[in-house]
Structures are given as structure tokens and as C-alpha cells.
Design a protein around this ligand. Structure first.
Ligand code: ATP
Length: 300
């Protein structure tokens, strides 16, 4: 797929739909080799794809069970609701099923039992194009096009003006970096241009998502540690993109989700604990232990 990006770049905006599909696929956490095994029903429901500001979506997982293969169940009876404009965080040890939840929301796979609903509609009954237009993903690692940095941001919304692009870049804390480059927004990036650091690429992804203005935001926090300054800039940028927006965060650092409306602690595909940060600390279970461990790591 990566080899396709170069040629596709020459085909212009006519193909932006195809490229959206490619990038969204690739966004979803290294799923490029996986077949998309879902299809639209004969008469799919049309979802509202209006911009998010006044229409944040409601997300619900209702008794969801899922396995990538029939012989290995990964999620067991997972239920939660993200109310419009609220933020839910998912934490848990590696392999607990966190990313699987984001893949099911994007409908890369269909659930085995239960249902995923957006605004009350089972997503299997919705047009996939609408669903994917409604959801914006800030992935752990963004692949950039071999094009200018301005183009890479504008890609979030092809009709954006240069002023829109700049405003998104400011909110994403990447504008000053871009203007410090000799060619500014016209700087070539990607394989054949300037290589950006992980933190810079993530801010480009955030700027792109600010432009897309999706009704649901999925943030997949980077596992790798960033330096404190970069971390702070990214957190500021993420705050800008998630404010008043329905947000699902897959979190690795608990310090970034203390303000979440709801936190789900996943353990072997089940929701083991849930509540606010304060609730979970008071519970004194797995979350409280994770919090204590991270606090002592950071202290060290
Ligand atoms: P991490 O924090 O390490 O990213 P996670 O909680 O996001 O972990 P998932 O990626 O959701 O975990 O994976 C849950 C389980 O599903 C794991 O046991 C994993 O091996 C399995 N799994 C993930 N993707 C696939 C796949 N494409 N095919 C088969 N099994 C998979």
C-alpha cells in the first residue's frame, strides 16, 4: 500500500475519496494487510455527517462480543456509552482488547454478538462512507504523503483554505515549527522530503483531524515516551481537538485521562472496572495499582 501513495499523489483531488479510504485503513493501527469483511446493507441508514461542533455523536457498545477467529473470543460482553461531547478512556494491559474496540467502532470487522451504535443506529445498518466520515482517528503513528506539509494537513478537508490550514496548525501546536522551516508550509515531507519526528507527525495528524472536524474522535495514544516538552505540546493539541467532541481515547499514560468522563479498565477482553479517575482510585483495584506504578515511574 505504501508504494501506492506516490502514484496516487499525482492523480489529484478526484481520487481523494480513494485516498481517504487508504489513509483511514492505514490509520487503523497497522491493519493494511487485513481484508475489510463488511458490506453495506441494501438500504443503509444515512448518518448525519455534518461538522461536529453542533452535532457531536453518541456512541454505544451494547453487549459486544468479538473474535478475529471463531475459535478465539477477544471481547466479552463489552457495554459502554459515550454521550455526545463526552470523553471515555480505555486503559488496560497489552492485549486486553483496547485497539479492537476502536476497530469495531470504525467497522473494520462486524461484532460477533451485541451491537455498536452511532446515534442509536446499529452501524451495520449505516453507510460505511458516512460512518468513516463521522469518525476521525489520530493514530499512534501517521504515515505522511510525499507532498508538502501544508498538503498533508489540508488533506483532512480538501476544500480548506490556506487560512483554515494555518488555524488548524496553530491549534495543533505545529504552526511555529512549520514557519521555522525555510519553505514553511511548502516544505516537502515524507519519504522523499523532510523526515518529521514522531511528535511532529502526530501534531500533523491532529491538525488534519481538526480540519476534518469529525463527530467522533478516536485518539490512539503513542506508547513510546515523548520528551516532556513535546508531550506537553501534544496534550495541548489534543485538548484543542477533543474539546466538546465525543471522544474515545486509548490511553497508555493515565495522567492524560484524569479528566475523562468515564474510564474503562479492560482485562482479557472484559470491562473489569469503570468510573471516573476519582472513583477508580477509591475502588483500590487494578486502576489504582496502575496509577501508583506510573506515579512511581515518573517520580524515578
Ligand atoms: P496494546 O496495548 O498492546 O495495543 P490492545 O489492548 O490494544 O493491546 P488489541 O490490539 O485489541 O489489544 O488485541 C487484543 C487481542 O486480539 C490480542 O490477543 C491480539 O493478539 C489479538 N489480535 C489483535 N489483532 C488481531 C488480528 N488481526 N487477528 C487475530 N488476532 C488479533
Amino acid at each position: 500500500l505504501l508504494q501506492l501513495y506516490g502514484p496516487l499523489n499525482f492523480l489529484g483531488s478526484v481520487y481523494s475519496g480513494i485516498r481517504t479510504a487508504l489513509v483511514d485503513l492505514e490509520h487503523m493501527l497497522g491493519l493494511v494487510d487485513e481484508p475489510v469483511e463488511v458490506s453495506d446493507t441494501a438500504e443503509p441508514v444515512a448518518l448525519t455527517t455534518r461538522l461536529s461542533a453542533s452535532h457531536p455523536a453518541r456512541v454505544e457498545f451494547r453487549n459486544v462480543g468479538f473474535g478475529y477467529r471463531p475459535d478465539r473470543q477477544i471481547l466479552h460482553d463489552v457495554s459502554f456509552v459515550v454521550e455526545p461531547g463526552h470523553k471515555t478512556a480505555i486503559v488496560g494491559s497489552t492485549g486486553a482488547g483496547k485497539s479492537t474496540i476502536s476497530r469495531l467502532l470504525f467497522r473494520f470487522y462486524d461484532v460477533t454478538s451485541g451491537a455498536v451504535l452511532l446515534d442509536g443506529h446499529d452501524i451495520r445498518d449505516c453507510r460505511q462512507a458516512d460512518l468513516r466520515a463521522a469518525i476521525g482517528v489520530v493514530p499512534q503513528d501517521t504515515v505522511l504523503f510525499n507532498d508538502t506539509i501544508g498538503y498533508n494537513i489540508a488533506y483532512g478537508r480538501m476544500d480548506a483554505t490556506p487560512e483554515d490550514v494555518e488555524q488548524a496548525a496553530r491549534l495543533a501546536q505545529i504552526h511555529d515549527f512549520i514557519t521555522s522551516l525555510p519553505e514553511g508550509y511548502d516544505t516537502q515531507v515524507g519519504e522523499r522530503g523532510l523526515k518529521l519526528s514522531g511528535g511532529e507527525k502526530q501534531r500533523v495528524a491532529i491538525a488534519r483531524t481538526i480540519l476534518k472536524d469529525p463527530r467522533v474522535l478516536v485518539l490512539d495514544e503513542a506508547t513510546s515516551a515523548l520528551d516532556t516538552h513535546t508531550e506537553k505540546e501534544i496534550q495541548t493539541a489534543l485538548k484543542a481537538v477533543s474539546a466538546r467532541r465525543t471522544t474515545l481515547v486509548i490511553a497508555h499514560r493515565l495522567s492524560t485521562i484524569v479528566d475523562a468522563d468515564d474510564i474503562l479498565v479492560m482485562k482479557q477482553g472484559r470491562v473489569a472496572e469503570r468510573g471516573t479517575h476519582a472513583d477508580l482510585l477509591a475502588l483500590g483495584g487494578q486502576y489504582a495499582a496502575m496509577w501508583a506504578a506510573q506515579a512511581s515511574d515518573e517520580g524515578a
